[in-house]
Ligand binder design. Structure first.
Ligand SMILES: Nc1ncnc2c1ncn2[C@@H]1O[C@H](COP(=O)(O)OP(=O)(O)OP(=O)(O)O)[C@@H](O)[C@H]1O
Length: 235
């Protein structure tokens, strides 16, 4: 892993998002050091998924800034934001977003190609084998169980060695046994990469297992802007 990724930090300042005229979301300021692990909780509609999208550079905020190291994603060019996402972000979507016509191996390989990684096929195989999917490499998503699909999505998110791992509702589709396994998988992957991990969750099992928590609520803009959350590096 490069030094740049190990020193990856993420900060937000006065961040807000607007959807049309009706929805305005204000976020408390965040400061996350490399290796921090944060659960994002709160009632439905408070903007948890939107926050992940803002931090990934998938959305531009209505106001405020998202800093990744020295890069201000809020004002960076589309090209710079895309390069940032490809190299530095691993994103596990709630419904996985796997390509239905591709095998598990091809899904992970595609992610690596997009990230510009060397030897994408070999690395995809290694990532899947590490997650005990060596026997399912050539199966398509519709031939896999929910837990297996999730492991493919995690393999795709971590295979290129991102410094920032963003995960949306990792246990939403899983029974308790599988939920525990999914959680261990994410914590293990983040620790191995030294990545900053942010997990949106309604699940107390997940929220309680992460060292830090950001609870989003319907904060007034002033109150939101004045809250500052300093997240320490994990020991
Ligand atoms: N593309 C969009 N267009 C318009 N409104 C949107 C869009 N995406 C999200 N919203 C609105 O923004 C608010 C926050 O949505 P978001 O999905 O971020 O919340 P959430 O906390 O993740 O919700 P949940 O827990 O139900 O997944 C909601 O009121 C939602 O309806």
């Amino acid at each position: 892993m490069s030094a740049a990724l190990r020193t990856h930090t993420l900060r937000t300042e006065h961040l807000s998002m607007q959807y049309g005229k009706e929805v305005t979301l204000h976020y408390p300021d965040l400061s996350l050091k490399a290796g921090a692990a944060l659960a994002i909780t709160g009632p439905s509609g408070t903007g948890k998924t939107t926050l992940l999208h803002l931090l990934a550079g998938l959305l531009r905020p209505a106001s405020g800034a998202v800093w990744s190291g020295d890069l201000n994603l809020s004002v960076a060019s589309e090209m710079a934001r895309e390069a940032f996402r490809r190299r530095n972000v691993g994103y596990v979507f709630q419904d996985f977003h796997l390509m239905p016509g591709l095998s598990a191996l091809e899904n992970v390989e595609l992610g690596l190609r997009v990230a510009g990684a060397d030897q994408p096929r070999m690395r995809a195989r290694e990532a899947l084998e590490k997650l005990d999917l060596g026997h399912r490499l050539h199966n398509r998503p519709d031939q896999l169980s929910t837990g297996e699909r999730q492991r493919v999505a995690v393999a795709r998110a971590v295979a290129h060695g991102p410094g920032l791992l963003l995960v949306d509702e990792p246990t939403a589709h899983l029974d308790r046994g599988r939920a525990g396994a999914a959680l261990d998988l994410l914590l293990g992957a983040a620790a191995e990469l030294g990545a900053t991990l942010l997990v949106v969750t309604h699940d107390p099992l997940v929220a309680d297992a992460l060292p830090e928590r950001l609870e989003l609520g319907r904060l007034e803009p002033q109150a939101a802007a004045s809250k500052f959350t300093e997240i320490p590096v994990l020991a």
